[in-house]
Each structure stands twice: as structure tokens, then as C-alpha cells.
Design a protein around this ligand. Structure first.
Ligand code: ZN
Length: 331
């Protein structure tokens, strides 16, 4: 049997049949088999560290995971394509066709003067133990939650503000001020959201924002919220959704938030997103911002794209192409 047909049997899940006659290749295969059965190292059953550290100019940046967030059938999220078209788009990305799974990549920056984090995950409202891991993972990365000065969610959805508080109602970041837009605070704490499909985020806002009202600072479009961190109002996903440009030493990183939250939106950015408060405005903002990032070749941190969510957007056809930045494991 030639090697090509043995490989195709292997990828089909079958066992390669033994060659008819003994040769050097078969001897080597047998040696590997013996080595495998003699291996005695314990199975570690421990996940990889859930943080990634890099430099941005003089800023020390760390992406810390809150864990994956499953949001179910793609047709609940993406509007426009038929169910079959959506299945094909998911399958073309080698993803399950019946469940959208989002990463939650929290960016932490240490400017030397301030320790700030963007987004907070789900710890007060977690649905299972895969999520709500931000605090444990921060500690694993060497960052003490009590040292955080500023918590900067891009908007007030459940998976962005849900980790301001812990499940037991205590504060995860007891010494931090919380930066959010006035429009989102008012929208998501309004009684009108109760009893609607947006209720989950409304309840999370009550649990996480209202008890911290005296710690909230409103950010505004164009404002430098911290030295080197500039707010850019990017509405549509929510009324007050805001992205940020982080600048240091001639380097920039764009904190996208949820303008772009799944790989199938990269190629088809004009699909409506079910969770957008104003889906048409969401499309307009998404295309405008991705155009800007492509033209300026500015790297982006995307909360929900595959870990650690850092990469570039380039123009391709009517949409874009996402190129993940190589992870660098030497600082
Ligand atoms: Zn989100």
C-alpha cells in the first residue's frame, strides 16, 4: 500500500493496514508503537494559562480570558441569510453549525501609572463554570483585582459588565472607577427593557452598575479617558457603544468591543446582528470602523474573536479578511 492511500485511511479514522512485506518503514512504525505503550507520564488534565502578555510601546498589556460564551443557534444572532446559508458559512469556517461560541478576551493595560481593564465577563451572571473566570485568570497572570484603577466596558451588555460584581454580590474590583457612557447606563437600567428579549442585560445592569453608581464616570466621544486611551463613540450594537484607541510609544491598538464579534461577520459585515439595538446603524458603524482599521493598518483587539483576539482587518471583496497576529511568547 502506498503512503498516500494509507494517509487517506488515517484521516478517514481507519487504521492503516500493515504493509505486506517487512521493510524499514514498518520497523520504524513498530518502534513508535512500543514507545507509546511504555509512556508513563501522568495525564495533566490542566488547561493552558488563560492569559497572554505583550508590550504596546511602554504599556504592559495582558489579554485575560473570562472563558467561552455559547449563545446557541446562529440564526438567533445573524439576520439575512437563510438557515442553510448560515450553516454553510459556519461550516466553511470549520465551526459547529448549531452553536455560536464566543471567546471573551479582556484587555488589561498597565500604563505604569494606571491599571485598567476593558470588559469584565460574566462572573455575577455566569451560566456555567466555563465562564466567569476573569478574576481567577487575572490572579494566575499576576494581576491583583484590588490593584485595578479603571474598569472600562465598551457597552452595558451582560457579558461586558457582568463581571463588575462577583456571584455573591461583592465587588470584583473594589478600588476601581467604572467608565461607561451615560446613554448605555440610562438605556440598560430603564424599566422598559424588563420583559423584553433584552432583559438579561437589563438585569445584569441592575446587579452590576446600580450598586456602583457613585463609582461611575461617564466617557464621551473623543475624550481621553486615561492618558493614551481615547474614546470613540461607535453606536449601533448599543446606543452608547464605544471603542477605544490605546496609544503608547508610537504603537496603537484599537479596542473594537462588539462591532465585530464573529468570524462570519468579517466576510459578510453587512449581515444584521440580532443583538444590536439598532442593526442598521450597527452595520454602518462596523463597515466604517473596519474600513478605517484596514486603511490605517491598525491592529485590533476583538473581545469575541478567537483567543487572544488580536489581529488585523484587510479589505476583501465586499467585506474583510481577518489576519490573526502571531502570538509572541518572548516579551
Ligand atoms: Zn459581547
Amino acid at each position: 500500500m502506498n503512503s498516500a492511500s494509507r494517509w487517506s485511511r488515517l484521516v478517514a479514522g481507519g487504521r492503516p493496514s500493515a504493509p505486506k512485506e517487512t521493510n524499514r518503514e514498518a520497523d520504524r512504525d513498530r518502534q513508535f508503537a512500543v514507545a507509546a505503550t511504555q509512556a508513563k507520564a501522568p495525564v495533566l488534565n490542566a488547561p493552558a494559562p488563560a492569559f497572554y502578555r505583550f508590550k504596546l510601546g511602554t504599556i504592559e498589556a495582558t489579554v485575560v480570558s473570562d472563558g467561552p460564551l455559547s449563545i446557541g443557534d446562529p440564526k438567533n444572532t445573524f439576520r439575512g441569510p437563510t438557515a442553510e446559508e448560515l450553516s454553510k458559512m459556519m461550516s466553511d469556517q470549520f465551526l459547529p453549525t448549531n452553536n455560536v461560541v464566543l471567546d471573551q478576551n479582556v484587555l488589561v493595560i498597565n500604563t505604569g501609572d494606571k491599571l485598567a481593564l476593558f470588559e469584565t465577563g460574566m462572573s455575577s451572571v455566569k451560566r456555567n463554570d466555563d465562564m466567569g473566570r476573569l478574576v481567577a485568570n487575572l490572579k494566575q497572570s499576576g494581576i491583583e483585582p484590588a490593584d485595578v484603577d479603571a474598569v472600562i466596558p465598551t457597552h452595558a451588555h451582560i457579558d461586558h459588565i457582568g463581571g463588575i460584581m462577583a456571584a455573591d454580590g461583592s465587588r470584583n474590583f473594589p478600588n476601581a472607577q467604572i467608565y461607561i457612557s451615560q446613554a448605555d447606563l440610562e438605556f440598560w437600567t430603564d424599566d422598559k427593557r424588563l420583559g423584553t428579549p433584552a432583559e438579561g442585560s437589563a438585569l445584569a445592569a441592575r446587579k452590576n452598575l446600580i450598586p456602583n453608581r457613585d463609582r461611575i464616570v461617564f466617557y464621551k466621544d473623543g475624550q481621553e479617558v486615561l492618558p493614551g486611551v481615547q474614546a470613540m463613540h461607535t453606536p449601533g450594537h448599543t446606543v452608547g457603544h464605544t471603542s477605544f484607541v490605546v496609544n503608547s510609544g508610537g504603537k496603537s491598538l484599537f479596542v473594537v468591543g462588539d462591532l465585530m464579534h464573529h468570524v462570519i461577520l468579517v466576510e459578510r459585515p453587512r449581515m444584521e446582528v440580532g443583538f444590536d439595538t439598532d442593526p442598521k446603524q450597527g452595520i454602518e458603524t462596523r463597515v466604517k470602523v473596519m474600513d478605517m482599521l484596514a486603511a490605517q493598518r491598525m491592529p485590533a483587539l476583538v473581545y469575541h474573536l478567537p483567543w487572544p483576539g488580536i489581529g488585523h482587518f484587510a479589505k476583501q471583496g465586499d467585506g474583510f479578511r481577518y489576519v490573526a497576529e502571531p502570538m509572541r511568547l518572548v516579551l
